[in-house]
Design a binder for this molecule. Structure first.
Ligand code: SF4
Ligand code: SF4
Length: 55
């Protein structure tokens, strides 16, 4: 199972996309994870300043 992002809390800062080693996160109005590319490493969870990524 890949990580989930609470879209209501995401401020689209881009920190998760910057840290992702797989380039699995796209940030437009909110961050979106590509489930096929995500390896569930949890780096983005640790990086998100608002703690809106869970997994
Ligand atoms: S869990 Fe890892 S691979 Fe998946 S989106 Fe977050 S940083 Fe990228
Ligand atoms: S790090 Fe958190 S707040 Fe920033 S874009 Fe990613 S999910 Fe949204």
């Amino acid at each position: 199972m890949v990580v989930r992002i609470d879209e209501a809390g995401c401020v689209a800062c881009g920190a998760c996309a910057d840290i992702c080693p797989e380039d699995a996160v796209t940030v437009d109005e909110v961050a979106v994870v590509d489930a096929d590319a995500c390896t569930d490493c949890h780096s983005c969870m640790e990086e998100c300043p608002l703690d809106v990524i869970s997994g």
